[in-house]
Design a protein around this ligand. Structure first.
Ligand SMILES: [Zn+2]
Ligand SMILES: [Zn+2]
Length: 173
């Protein structure tokens, strides 16, 4: 009677495919189609999903917190644009950094892509209140057109949202 020295392995997802690969985390045999090459070697898709979940650490309370903090600070920062005028160009990115750090601290540096998007949108929405009121006033004939004021306010929104986003996601421009 002849026995194989090594029993044949079959992919956990494809029982009729013979394979020599194993996931280096859960050690289950996987075929080349099911294996994903990572920095640390071949992993099965289940283990990869687990890793991604671990990266997303945000809890549900972090979203309203980020929304409130980024929205409020975004709005307060936009109030400064009327004093700063041209200097908005330099001060808005600093405001963006402050907002991003404030969000990181209230959410205790918990992470998720959705959390970053929420904070960015909230900062933008907070900053957009003032220019919206301005435009609305002009449309309704209540205010005088303060074109420069409006330009700085809009510029502020653009700079603040991009700074908050890049600061939180860690992408450098
Ligand atoms: Zn695995
Ligand atoms: Zn497979």
């Amino acid at each position: 009677m002849i026995e194989d020295a090594q029993p044949k392995m079959y992919c956990v997802n494809h029982p009729n495919r013979e394979t020599l690969l194993r996931c280096n985390r859960c050690e289950r045999p996987i075929c080349t189609e099911c294996a994903v090459l990572t920095e640390t070697g071949y992993r099965c898709r289940d283990c990869l999903r687990g890793q991604q979940k671990k990266f997303e650490t945000a809890q549900w309370l972090d979203y309203p917190l980020a929304l409130a903090v980024a929205g409020l600070l975004g709005f307060l920062g936009s109030l400064l644009t009327s004093f700063l005028g041209f200097f908005t160009i330099f001060l808005a990115p600093i405001a963006g950094v402050i907002i991003a750090e404030a969000v990181r601290s209230v959410t205790r540096k918990r992470r998720s892509r959705l959390l970053y998007n929420t904070a960015t949108l909230a900062a933008g929405a907070g900053g957009a209140i003032l220019p919206l009121i301005n435009v609305l006033g002009i449309v309704m004939g209540l205010g005088m057109l303060n074109l420069f004021g409006l330009i700085w306010q809009v510029l502020y929104v653009v700079l603040v949202t991009s700074t908050v986003f890049y600061r939180l996601t860690g992408i450098r421009v």
